[in-house]
Ligand binder design. Structure first.
Ligand code: LLP
Length: 471
């Protein structure tokens, strides 16, 4: 996940980050640093979705999440077409909405024929409000509340059961409601992968899912719970993964669970292999394409089912980052700068860890460009700092950039995944707006928060109210 900073250069400029125009065949969005529609205008401005980023920030302010409709839809289509090409059975791609849950994003992926993976009542209601059908919503989470489970049963979505407490509670809720509840079981596959330890979930020491040793006991329990209709099994290995091997191995592990279930009279018809495909945050990142990932998943499941003589299940996967990550950039304005001779130059922007907590949380490395001067040579090494009261609030250490002036529009690439969704109000900084750009039009999809929005949640007890000043 950590990669070296790019070196300062007198002949390279920010246009090097643009997607290639002379490429044969479709580009996989997750292999690009910038959205597929990113270009430089005649005035050397960055343009995304046909919109000049300098105009966008004038109109909508900064920081601003700029989401490219075309890149998001292309990624959705590449996943779907991959399954059509490589999987002879039925398949459904779910968008892992934890990557960015908002109504516009859920509506776009729904229109593209994807289902949605949700992990809370908030994400569930965002998906339903955006028009997702209940049967295409899969509800995950290792500690769903009683209220969330009840809501899920009411809505009629699929529930991915994570543990014994949930299984038993859900059995009771289903009996009370007098309806059969469709569930999947999340099981830890015991597959290792190389990614940051916080986002690794497939290894046995994980808070998520049933331990594989428990699976027979779970199937036995389910055999006596007709109100819980077990459709299949789910496993997720981890996130920002560049290797294909874990998914080559996963098919066999999961197909074996299907065989085990048969011994308990359960006919499982769905396999959900989770998400995890990585994206390109810097030039050093070289993830496989969406097409290659889907091919690997399909071939692994087909081979594992054939080897065990079982019918092909309905195959599901849940990408988040690789769908939405590359489709967005975040634009900031540069403010103050501090040069420490012989040591470092800091340039501060008007956002930071509150709109992108990934650098401080996972030491993630990003690339930045100056949207108002795309052709300026990258002669400087600058540390881009956020505005928060925290020394670690650094967005990019040692970024290769042109000499910066205050007011420059610095834009960070690949911020669609786990930025807005993990944003906070640290230091009482309101969260940014988001716009959707498509064919030269920009539409607000998330209103900029205001300090008034934040204050609205505060309750000031009568006894603490400031007294009128006596003169
Ligand atoms: N399915 C399940 C059950 C998951 O837990 C996740 C991610 C996904 C699907 C989607 O994985 P993706 O395709 O996005 O890799 N906040 C971290 C990432 C946490 C991932 C959590 N689970 C980050 O910013 O890197």
């Amino acid at each position: 996940m950590v990669s070296t900073p790019s070196a300062p250069s007198t002949h390279l400029d920010s246009r090097q980050y643009l997607p290639p125009t002379n490429f044969e065949g479709p580009l996989s969005p997750n292999q690009q640093l910038l959205p597929l529609t990113a270009t430089a205008t005649d005035h050397h401005h960055l343009s995304v979705g046909g919109c000049d980023v300098v105009n966008l920030v004038q109109q909508f302010g900064t920081p601003l999440y700029i989401l490219d409709d075309h890149t998001l839809r292309t990624a959705c289509r590449q996943y779907r077409q991959g399954f059509e090409r490589y999987y002879p059975g039925e398949a459904l791609v779910l968008y892992a909405s934890k990557a960015w849950s908002c109504m516009a994003v859920c509506a776009i992926v729904t229109a593209e024929g994807l289902g949605i993976d949700v992990v809370s009542a908030g994400e569930l209601l965002t998906a339903t409000e955006a028009g997702a059908l209940p049967e295409n919503i899969y509800f995950h989470g290792n500690n769903k509340s009683f209220e969330e489970l009840t809501l899920a049963v009411e809505v009629g979505c699929r529930i991915v059961v994570d543990n014994w407490l949930e299984l038993k509670t859900l059995g009771e809720i289903a009996t009370q409601a007098g309806k059969a509840v469709p569930i999947l079981l999340r099981v830890t596959p015991g597959i290792e992968c190389h990614t940051h330890e916080y986002i690794r979930t497939g290894h046995l020491d994980s808070k998520f899912g049933f331990d594989p040793d428990q699976i027979e006991a779970v199937f036995e329990f389910l055999a006596g719970q007709p109100q819980l209709h077990c459709l299949g099994v789910h496993a997720h290995i981890g996130s920002q993964i560049f290797e294909l091997n874990p998914h080559t191995d996963l098919g066999a592990v999961m197909a074996q669970w299907v065989v085990t279930a048969q011994r308990y009279g359960l006919a499982l018809t769905e396999l959900d292999v989770g998400g995890g495909l990585g994206i390109r945050y810097t030039e050093g990142d070289d993830p496989p394409s969406i097409d290659t990932w889907v091919k690997t998943v399909c071939e692994s499941v087909v081979a594992a089912c054939e080897a065990r003589g079982i019918a092909l299940p309905r195959l599901l996967c849940e990408p988040g980052r690789s769908l939405i990550g590359p489709a967005c950039v975040t634009a900031y304005r540069v403010g103050s700068q501090k040069e420490i001779p012989g040591l470092r130059t800091y340039a501060s922007v008007d956002g930071g860890m509150s709109d992108n907590p990934r650098p401080i949380t996972y030491q993630s490395v990003y690339r930045a460009l100056v949207a108002n001067r795309m052709a300026a040579p990258l002669t400087e090494t600058v540390t881009l700092a956020g505005k928060h009261c925290e020394s670690g609030d650094i967005l990019i250490k040692d970024a290769a950039l042109p000499e910066l002036k205050s007011g420059d529009v610095v834009t960070i690439a690949a911020t669609g995944a786990y930025n807005y969704s993990m944003a906070s109000n640290y230091n009482r900084v309101p969260r940014p707006a988001a716009v959707l750009v498509a064919e030269g039009d920009a539409t607000l999809i998330i209103r900029r928060e205001t300090v008034t929005d934040l204050l609205r949640q505060d309750c000031l007890p009568e006894t603490l109210r400031p007294k009128a000043k006596s003169i």
